[in-house]
Design a protein around this ligand. Structure first.
Ligand code: SF4
Length: 814
């Protein structure tokens, strides 16, 4: 580890500032333990800039927090071009003034001495980490020349761009860029924290994106491995929603039950924690469904009118099976108890409680690869919502209405673009094998290595850190080593950027224009605008500026598809599109939104502004746009695919499976499959549970001393990776708290500190995910270990995506 007490020199607002690591932590407003435990985050205040002391050069800017994908709004206080305070935007519909520890950490990211501030070109073998600086203009010119050449020679389909599930300006511009250039390969490299429940929702409803959960109005929450108070969605929004769920008087207390192998922060805040074996939550949901169906506790009216596939197809003739008979036949609580480790009586009780207090909500894991939940498991969990009619009702599952962000015609492809767009995407899997294969990034490295379906010549890493995020980092490194030109837009020399030939660092999110489309848990669309709060370095610009400059360098037809001189002009075009939609308006206080809803109910909608200029000015000043109206019971919007009802028997899967018998039907229905790695045995007697760290998970920037320092506080660990062991297990192996132990799987071995913890099942060992970077800066590099190296990856049978399987491991004291 580097020494942390050396002095750090930075130029801030034209003034040289010099401080030690400790001062740097204080400048970031460190109060890690407090923040991690209660999300009580102080404002960031530098010495000499105290609240209430006006400075003539002081200003406040409403902007977007891009530390994670939560989509929160910020109120940033700036003095003389120096950020001195970060708080939540009080009128932002997602976080309403709240922030999680990630937001103030943006200051430590902005003024971080390890942040890359100018393009770098490889000056040695790939992976060796030797680079030399080059100007931004020269870097863009080099990349444009290679792209022009590729288009002329082997074809534009040889370009692939990996993002990290971006939903903002970068995504809008990249879509148009690639369409005009001629490549289908815009790939959402789902980070382990990305929202990945949507394939299950798509399977049963055809709804194409993540849904919301109206937790504030529900009466009973049953969360299956969904650590929604640790690291999902926006932790700031989840915290406020939890307060609303809890803030009722004692006589009207709503119940929250959490299922997980480990006592996470979410489990600790629940009324009841139910430990269940990793990867068995789907079986537990089906066990509950068994009791609900057998005892007739389901919402008959909803199931009869609004669902399909509950009963056997063809009226049971021809040996076909529907959801009702499947759960009654295969998921009796006695069997489910053996699979999950949850007592039979608890299964009966949970099913009865869940149906007795409506509206009730069942939430599955909303993250991606760190989860062991298959898409079938998530379908099973979501099926509970259908059984109690909690689809698109107050207190139930919400679905936000589409909103167009850029009203521009689709770019006309020229000859090379047409040829390129006729080629398949490189990450597409055979739908007869993976019926919902729209995010099979788990196999991307293998496909690049095998030139399937064709060689990739230029690969742009436009977000995320695929080497670190992958359970097979070496294969991703090999794939990056094989591609002739890898371009990284990372602002850090991170695990993936180290394999790039050219690095063109993105400007900091507080120094660039952007928009972000997200939604509240109650299903309202929210577009947050970002504007430069402080100037960027001369040699680092926002990725939107880079895409626009590249388009200009390439000329027609790409430049025609992106007719914006600047990123700000593109943001203005988004605002004009929103103004033309006639929906919503600039963020406003809650009372104003209530007033708009009242008027809307009376059939009258107040104009958001008198002109487009006024609309734009209002939206930028408020920090964004939102539509306060929720359009419920628009069933065609909620159920997008035939039969336009909730499909227990997924019509989408059936399109590919073409079911003719019971076994085929089971492939279309939620069901449980034992994990391929099998049960623990003599050589590997424990199950591994990898969980995302509350403070680090999902953060775009991790080289942040405050976040690193705070991330282990709940477990009283610091700057290291630990393994959580139940004291009963530890006692058997004579392991004491703090001992160094080895955890070994069939894939690898890690040496870790033992943390004895009652909150982990005795047969399970838990290791946090978030440490163990190979690059990225002094506060994250080679600190702790990455449990990905232990994980037995299994492929999700519906999406082809990777599952961080319930790996079997051995534990030894060293
Ligand atoms: S949840 Fe994410 S977007 Fe919201 S304040 Fe925290 S880091 Fe920022």
């Amino acid at each position: 580890m580097h020494s942390h007490e050396h002095r750090i020199d930075r130029f801030i607002g034209g003034q040289r500032m010099e401080f030690t690591r400790r001062e740097f932590l204080i400048a970031g407003g460190v109060s890690g333990a407090l923040a991690a435990q209660g999300w009580a985050v102080p404002q960031v205040i530098y010495a000499g800039a105290r609240e209430g002391q006006a400075d003539p050069l002081e200003r406040t800017v409403m902007t977007l927090c891009r530390q994670c994908s939560g989509g929160c709004g910020l109120k940033v206080r700036v003095i003389r071009d120096c950020v001195v305070g970060i708080a939540g935007n009080p009128i932002h519909p997602i976080n309403r003034g709240g922030v999680c520890p990630g937001a103030p950490a943006a200051v430590q990211s902005l003024y971080n001495p390890d942040r890359l501030t100018q393009p770098l070109v490889l000056a040695g073998p790939k992976g060796a980490g030797r680079y030399q600086p080059v100007s931004w203009t020269e870097a863009v010119r080099q990349l444009a020349a290679r792209l022009r050449d590729l288009r002329r020679t082997t074809g534009p389909h040889g370009l692939a761009v990996i993002t990290r599930g971006d939903r903002g300006l970068k995504r809008l511009l990249l879509e148009r860029f690639l369409q005009a250039y001629g490549s289908n390969n815009l790939i959402d490299g789902a980070a382990p924290d990305a929202h990945q429940a949507y394939p299950a929702i798509r399977a049963v409803q055809g709804f194409p994106r993540a849904v919301g959960y109206d937790l504030a109005q529900t009466r009973y929450v049953l969360s299956f491995g969904s650590q929604w108070l640790d690291a999902h969605w926006s932790p700031a929004q989840a915290g406020a929603t939890f307060a609303a769920l809890r803030g009722r008087d004692q006589d009207d207390r709503r119940r929250f039950v959490h299922v997980e192998p480990r006592l996470s922060l979410t489990a600790a805040k629940a009324d009841e924690w139910i430990p269940a074996r990793p990867g068995t939550e789907g079986a537990l949901a089906l066990g509950l469904a068994h009791v609900i169906v057998r005892e007739g506790l389901y919402d008959r009216a909803f199931v009869e009118r609004m669902t399909d596939g509950f009963e056997d197809p063809d009226g049971g003739r021809g040996g076909r099976i529907g959801f009702r008979r499947l759960v009654l036949r295969d998921y009796a609580p006695s069997r489910v108890s053996r699979i999950t480790g949850v007592e039979e009586g608890t299964i009966f009780r949970l099913a009865r409680e869940f149906t007795a207090q409506r509206p009730a909500l069942a939430i599955g894991y909303d993250g991606a690869s760190v989860s062991t939940q298959r898409t079938y498991d998530r379908m099973a969990i979501h099926a509970l919502n259908a059984l109690v009619g909690s689809i698109d009702v107050a207190g139930g599952v919400t679905h936000f209405r589409d909103i167009e962000l850029l009203n521009l015609p689709v770019p006309e492809p020229d000859g090379p673009a047409e040829a390129g767009l006729s080629k398949p995407r490189i990450d597409v899997a055979d739908p007869s094998v993976y019926p919902l294969a729209d995010c099979p990034t788990g196999m991307l490295a293998e496909r690049i290595l095998a030139d399937l379906p064709y060689p990739i010549e230029v690969l742009v890493l436009a977000g995320g850190n695929p080497v670190f995020d992958s359970p097979h980092p070496q294969r991703v490194q090999q794939a990056l080593g094989k591609v002739p030109l890898v371009v990284s837009l990372s602002s850090w020399m991170d695990d993936s950027a180290r394999w790039a030939d050219l690095i063109i660092p993105d400007a900091h999110s507080l120094s660039s224009w952007d928009v972000d489309l997200s939604h509240t848990l109650t299903g309202r669309p929210v577009v947050t605008t970002a504007r430069p709060v402080v100037p960027a370095s001369a040699e680092a610009r926002g990725s939107a500026e880079l895409i626009l400059e590249l388009a200009r360098e390439l000329g027609d037809p790409v430049s025609r598809a992106l007719p914006f001189p600047t990123a700000q002009a593109a943001v203005r075009a988004v605002c004009d599109t929103l103004a033309a939609s006639g929906r919503g308006g600039a963020f406003g206080p809650l009372e104003q939104e209530g007033w708009i809803r009242l008027l809307e109910r009376g059939g009258w909608r107040p104009p958001a502004a008198r002109s487009q200029d006024e609309f734009y000015t209002k939206v930028i000043a408020a920090g964004g746009w939102s539509d306060p109206i929720y359009y419920d019971r628009e069933w065609d919007r909620v159920f997008r695919s035939p039969p336009r009802r909730f499909a227990f028997h997924s019509a989408l899967i059936a399109q590919h499976v073409k079911p003719r018998n019971e076994a085929d039907d089971v492939r279309c229905l939620p069901h449980y499959q034992a994990h391929e790695s099998g049960e623990p045995n003599e050589a590997f007697p424990y199950r591994l549970y990898v969980y995302p760290l509350a403070v680090l998970a999902g953060m775009k920037d991790v080289n942040i001393p405050w976040l690193m320092d705070a991330s282990g506080r709940l477990m009283r660990q610091r700057w290291n990776t630990w393994v959580e062991i139940n004291p009963r297990t530890a006692h058997k192996l004579d392991i004491a708290d703090g001992d160094v132990v080895t955890v070994a799987s069939s894939r690898g071995t890690l040496r870790l500190h033992a943390k004895l913890f009652e909150g982990i099942m005795p047969e399970v060992l838990a290791i946090p995910y978030g440490f163990g970077h190979e690059g990225g800066g002094r506060w994250c590099e080679k600190i702790g270990q990455n449990p990905a190296t232990l994980v037995d990856v299994e492929i999700d049978p519906l999406t082809g995506g990777p599952l961080w399987n319930s790996t079997r491991v051995a534990l030894r004291k060293t």
